[in-house]
Design a protein around this ligand. Structure first.
Ligand SMILES: Cc1c2[nH]c(c1CCC(=O)O)Cc1[nH]c(c(CCC(=O)O)c1C)Cc1[nH]c(c(CCC(=O)O)c1C)Cc1[nH]c(c(C)c1CCC(=O)O)C2
Length: 362
């Protein structure tokens, strides 16, 4: 493991441990993305996965929002995509402009086409390298978040072959081939464990698991299919923390839309922080999860199109919601999903300024 510059801003790490911070740390999902002109400029000359696979480019893009919002933003997230894991498992994934798998998993027989044993160092070493160079370049300014997709969300892409509104193919698998689905979900989870361990070894200081499609499942099926694979990931990491093979870092889970399952997730999934979407009020979420976990979120990303007054109003309202839920202890401010193209970067700056103003502990 390399020597890295000392961390100068540990707000996010403290909030993730459930501590009271002087104000809420803030970052946004997809903060290095198409709303930034400097991102679009790099994209003119480089394909999406080419950037992911080129550590210098991934580093540059990861740093773009950190440079633009110096002093306002409290975390960086490595530029990559959740779909690099299906690629590492032997699937072809294109981005044109959304994800497309030319050869998806149609039936369990197709599982045979996946790579038997995935060597993450060989397949995803480029991500580890990107993390190491980025962590050095950050010079301790803010912590660096590593991430992966949750097994259920990755499974849905691998079976559907791309985005979907109905989840018909992926959910049909759960009903028609429940055992094969569970086996595949755990197999994906095992790759995620190796991948996340590699990210921490490379310098990631926090990890986030994106279960973007958690809310597409009934609470019953979330508990049956997604939760065990999420537990497999957290327990694999906790084992590595305990035996000292990697430093212990906070684990964030973003189970988007699974609000009905929040108390079960808080009690049983094994994560330190739960990311919330905007469809639950902060005080209600706090009531459901108790004191066991920190919370992240949860403003509707669309409010960023509403102008400065609307942004200020929303931030104020959500800050009051967290305070009403028992205080801003253990709260990481974020959107309830990724920032979208077309947002004015100056409006995002205003969002950060409002969070600083309204989330202070006093
Ligand atoms: C479901 C999912 C994906 N990727 C991701 C998720 C989980 C989070 C979520 O629910 O949004 C995660 C992701 N994708 C990206 C990051 C980078 C880090 C960050 O800044 O947050 C992260 C953490 C970059 C990206 N990943 C993608 C882009 C835009 C592609 C481009 O540059 O053309 C970026 C910046 C492409 C992508 N990648 C994916 C989709 C559906 C798309 C196309 C739709 C879209 O454009 O939003 C899969």
């Amino acid at each position: 493991m390399s020597d890295f510059p000392p961390l100068k801003n540990d707000l996010l790490l403290r909030a993730a441990r459930g501590e009271q911070t002087e104000r809420a740390p803030v970052w946004v999902m997809r903060q290095a993305g198409r709303y930034l002109p400097e991102f679009r400029k790099v994209r003119e000359d480089h394909e999406f996965f080419e950037i992911c696979r080129t550590p210098e480019l991934a580093k540059e893009i990861t740093l773009q929002p950190i440079r633009r919002y110096t002093g306002l933003i409290d975390a960086s997230i490595i530029f990559s995509d959740i779909l690099v894991v299906p690629q590492a498992m032997g699937m072809e994934v294109l981005m044109n402009p959304g994800p497309h798998f030319p050869d998806p998993l149609n039936t369990p027989a197709d599982i045979g086409k996946l790579t038997k044993t995935v060597d993450v160092n060989k397949e995803l070493g480029y991500v580890f390298e990107a993390i190491t160079v980025t962590r050095k370049a950050l010079d301790g300014e803010v912590p660096l978040i590593g991430f992966c997709g949750a097994p259920w969300t990755l499974f849905a892409y691998m079976v559907e072959g791309g985005g979907t509104k109905t989840f018909q193919k992926s959910k049909t698998w759960l009903f028609q081939y429940p055992q094969e689905s569970k086996d595949l979900l755990l197999r994906i989870a095992d790759v995620c464990v190796d991948y996340l361990i590699g990210q921490v070894k490379a310098g990631a200081q926090v990890l986030q698991v994106f279960d973007s499609w958690a809310g597409e499942l009934s609470p019953h099926h979330f508990a049956e299919f997604s939760l065990p694979s999420l537990q497999r990931i957290s327990s694999g990491l906790r084992k590595a923390f305990a035996d000292g093979s990697i430093p212990s870092v906070p684990l964030i889970l973003f189970p988007k839309g699974a609000n009905e399952s929040l108390s079960d997730i808080a009690a049983n999934a094994g994560y330190d922080v739960l990311g919330l979407d905007w469809c639950i009020e902060p005080d209600h979420a706090r009531q459901l999860v108790g004191e066991k976990v920190a919370l992240q979120g949860n403003m509707d990303p669309v409010m960023l199109y509403g102008g400065k007054d609307a942004i200020e109003r929303e931030v104020k309202r959500v800050c009051e919601g967290f305070k009403k839920g028992g205080g801003t202890r253990g709260w990481i401010a974020n959107l309830g999903h990724g920032i979208t193209p077309g947002v004015d970067p100056e409006d995002l700056r205003w969002f950060f300024e409002c969070i600083h103003k309204y989330s202070s502990a006093s």
